[in-house]
Design a binder for this molecule. Sequence first.
Ligand code: FRU
Length: 483
Amino acid sequence: MTNDQKLRVQVTEEIDKHKGIVEKDPHRLHYHLMPPVGLLNDPNGFIQWRGTYHLFYQWMPFKTDHGAKFWGHYTSKDLVNWQHEEVALTPAEWFEKNGCYSGSAIEHEGKLYLFYTGNVKNEHGKRESYQCLATSHDGSHFKKHGPVTTLPDGFTAHFRDPKVWQQGDRYFMVIGAQTETLKGAIVLFQSDDLIDWKWVRMLTGGDSGALADFGYMFECPDLFHLDGKDVLVFSPQGLKPDGMKYHNVYQAGYTVGVFDPTTGMYEHDEFTELDRGFDFYAPQTTVDDQGRRLLFAWMSVPDQDEQMHPTITYKWLHTMTLPRELQINGDKLYQVPVKELEDLRKGDAVVEEVLLANTIKQAERAYGQAFELLIEKMELDEGWFEMTIRHAVRIVYSSEQRVLTLERKSYVDGVIEKRQCELDHLSNLRLFVDTSSIELFINDGAEVFTARFYPSPNDDQMVFGSSSTCRFWVKRWELDKVF
Ligand code: FRU
């Protein structure tokens, strides 16, 4: 048996061995992508290919911790119902022995090309990093071609997460990097055939330019065109909290600018966080056959109390966000849950008008464990409005401070923790609540808060309250269990 074959057998055994316990977890999500066992992190290789969406993911099947990653693989026709496929990449070869790290997919001459980082710790414990290629005729069996680039001068081996795209008759690759001066950076390579890659330049970061001295490492870059703008999405590490911003251990966000493919220069404005919640990292996008720019992100943050999640007892850890469509309005990105998610709705909406008058709290209502909620036509002239979901997360909007707050009961010590953003006005809220997650889309997706939370499993209660007169319409759908 080859190393690859041995690893595949071990993965299958690991899934079978723990299936029973994994499925017993009451916090197992109903409609979010999860690993069958072990730890899931970044979305990888997101592409629609021959009419099927492929989403690969960073996967450690043998423990609920990081390590020598595999590429797990999900496919879907509709972004709602997913099929777990055989593992796509195993860390079987010398150039990836400590992990097939994150990367991307592109179609070329009818084949699927995967670019990823081979992570290696050499015999002296030193890190080595290789950007590697694997190709497939059928979308499920991958042939490895090994490294396609070498580490350029001026960078440490924290050099990873290639994202490849085609522009005109050329191919480009952005890679997350760290300069030898220990600054976060993104670099650019170029190729005519996807095999032979040439260094172009450092795109942003390092010691000069708009993102000079902005943290010590940039991970998971993704550069794409959206409605006449060039958007660079990436995940910087090493930023300090600043007002309401940057409160997670690491961030994920974007810059908007202009990319010139002839020089490889990217002029851009400042960095904006994509999500204001507790759990969002390493987003990756693709464009589908309807021309939509779609995004998935990992619903967690590295090194952020990962080992404290209660799901560890049940041998699995972490989930993806829902798929979202990106739209740009001026220089601001909006995130909208993809339309297909309406298929999760079980039957018609329950619709009600809610009127709150100078009362702190209304009676509790049974809203379920996995539901979608749309709050519209919000009238709140003064004071604040609040909603508490399943006694474990609370959303508060203060019309005086013009601040929206998401609070949750910490899964580490039960203490209330919060994330906030400034918000001029509140016109609508769209919420996706799953057994242990919430995604809150505010004002048509202008702001988004994503978070895990662990309510007591049978708790299905919702409470609205306000400090003065407040009126709005609620539409609520129970959602299907697809996993
Ligand atoms: C981001 C990341 C990537 C790396 C992968 C390893 O979460 O650290 O930079 O490729 O995870 O699993």
